[in-house]
Design a protein around this ligand. Structure first.
Ligand code: MV4
Length: 495
């Protein structure tokens, strides 16, 4: 096993990883920028090294400086967290070249999944369903015929893409040329590569992802799904596990497909396969995230597996003790991302000193935080400052517990996303689980009071009926309306 681990990250995820190291008896090394001299991860580690000025391009993204610190400190492994260098195959290779273990997948596996067109081709060969679309990057003169072959509406996507950059919807032939130019320009400036391809547009899908773990001895397991449809401008705000849209049969199918996908690229470490789930219950591979994800705690909470500790053991060459049959999800977990943004002012970033901080505690509550009272939130980095994760025996209990925990949360001095989460948890559509990836932007408002006459506890009780036992997966597949028998017994919409 390793002796000393360097965490090449900041904020809540650095603290999360440092805690896992501490519990495994490993020495820890933090790196920090000039803006993070007083950051929590610096205080938490056994040693900490300044690596540069505040901009991440001069600090957290500097491969040379981080490797240099690792050598100086005598670290034998590096965990990259998420973001920054986590999916940078050059960084993984630089670690290996320096004789330091990279706690993540191989550079080859990263590359195989980094390019979308290549990943699609590999997945098709492995029998993984992908969205109908083109098999390679397209020239300008090929686009029109390809769009016609696939059938409108289509989506133009950047091959080097991810996160929605370089993506354009095309609904009519006349939009094609303009959208193509825009997609190419955006892809070039974001990725330095203007290769684009087409996919059939899946209307109002859910975003469902499967967590996998793979060791270096050929063992691959999945830890079930996360529902990640509640997002704004491609930033997730709430995640849960399981999903109301996934029943046991679909879970097993998608899980097996995810395992096959990971095996197809000789994947090791923790990874996530992203799928779109359409209104008819069909699922399609989108992309693979070759890293630990922000929302990993909801999976940890329902399965009891510590994903970060597993990543460390896998990187050390250990054989996974867990077998697929050991994995059994219990209850329901929900995560709310707490960001330093003002939700009633278009999520405007909000920096400054944290003047008061009172974090929720009590049964079923977990807080992953990178802040403390007196800490100065800077605008240099991602606005996410903490995550609130709750667990309940079922979705209704988890929802009620999240409402309670959000009401306990006090963060003074800056604006946060807490009021957004409180409003979302008062949305009957959300309570019902009746949402898709378009929900926040098309059918949710921060100011509109949805059903003032309806007792919130009654709405949650209705949600409990809808999602009890086997009925869970019958909800929501036709035009956004629940169709299950429990829904009909509950009397449909009461408006
Ligand atoms: C799609 C899609 C519909 N149809 N592909 C957005 C980010 C990138 N990872 C893929 N994305 C999408 N691809 C087809 N063929 C809809 C989205 C999409 C989306 C996906 C997941 C989560 C949120 C989303 C929000 C808007 C669009």
């Amino acid at each position: 096993m390793f002796k000393k681990v360097l965490v090449a990250n900041r904020g809540e995820i650095a603290v999360r990883i440092l805690r896992a190291c501490e519990e495994r008896g490993l020495q820890t090394v933090a790196v920090y920028s000039e803006a993070d001299r007083n950051a929590l991860h610096v205080r938490y580690a056994n040693e900490a090294y300044l690596i540069g000025p505040p901009p991440s391009s001069q600090s957290y993204l500097r491969i040379d400086k981080i490797i240099d610190v690792a050598k100086r400190a005598g670290a034998d492994a590096i965990h990259p967290g998420y973001g920054f260098l986590a999916e940078n195959d050059d960084f993984a290779q630089a670690c290996i070249d320096a004789g330091i273990a990279f706690i993540g997948p191989s550079p080859e596996a990263m590359r195989a999944m980094g390019d979308k067109v290549t990943a699609r081709r590999t997945m098709i060969a492995a029998g993984v369903p992908v969205v109908p679309g083109s098999a390679q990057g397209l020239r300008d003169d090929e686009i029109a015929a390809e769009a016609q072959r696939i059938g409108l509406p289509v989506l133009i996507k950047a091959s080097a893409g991810g996160g929605g950059k370089g993506m354009r919807v095309v609904r009519t032939e006349s939009e094609l040329t303009g959208a193509l130019g825009a997609a190419r320009r955006e892809a070039m400036s974001a990725f330095g590569d203007d290769t684009v391809y087409l996919e059939k547009l899946i209307e109002r899908p859910r975003h469902i992802e499967i967590q996998i773990l793979a060791d270096s001895h050929g063992n691959v397991i999945h830890l079930g799904e996360r529902e990640c449809s509640i997002q704004r401008r491609h930033q997730k705000l709430v995640e849960e596990s399981p999903s109301v849209a996934v029943d046991e049969a679909l879970r097993q199918q998608m899980g097996q497909v995810a395992v096959r996908a990971a095996q197809a690229v000789n994947y090791t470490s923790a990874g996530t396969l992203e799928f779109l789930l359409d209104q008819n219950g069909n699922y399609y591979f989108l992309e693979m995230n070759t890293r630990l994800q922000v929302e990993h705690p909801v999976t940890e909470r329902v399965t009891g597996v510590d994903i970060v500790k597993e990543m460390i053991a896998i990187a050390a060459g250990r054989r996974m003790r867990l077998k697929q049959e050991d994995i059994r999800a219990k209850g329901w977990a929900i995560e709310c991302r707490i960001t330093a943004e003002d939700p009633i002012n278009n999520f405007m970033p909000s920096g400054g000193k944290i003047t008061t901080l009172q974090e929720p505690t009590g049964p079923g509550v977990r807080v992953e935080s990178g802040i403390y009272e007196g800490f100065e939130v800077s605008l240099f980095y991602d606005p996410m400052i903490a995550k609130l994760i709750v667990w309940g025996e079922n979705r209704a209990e988890a929802l009620l517990r999240m409402r309670r925990a959000l009401n306990e949360y006090r963060i003074g001095g800056i604006k946060t996303s807490i009021p957004f989460h409180q409003q979302l948890l008062s949305s009957t559509q959300f309570m019902w689980g009746a949402f898709d990836t378009n929900f926040l932007e098309e059918r949710f408002s921060m100011t509109y009071i949805e059903r003032p006459e309806m007792e919130i506890s009654a709405a949650i009780a209705a949600a409990l009926v809808a999602h009890s036992g086997e009925q869970r997966a019958t909800v929501m597949h036709h035009g956004g309306r629940p169709t299950g028998s429990a829904w009909k017994r509950a009397g449909g919409w009461k408006r």
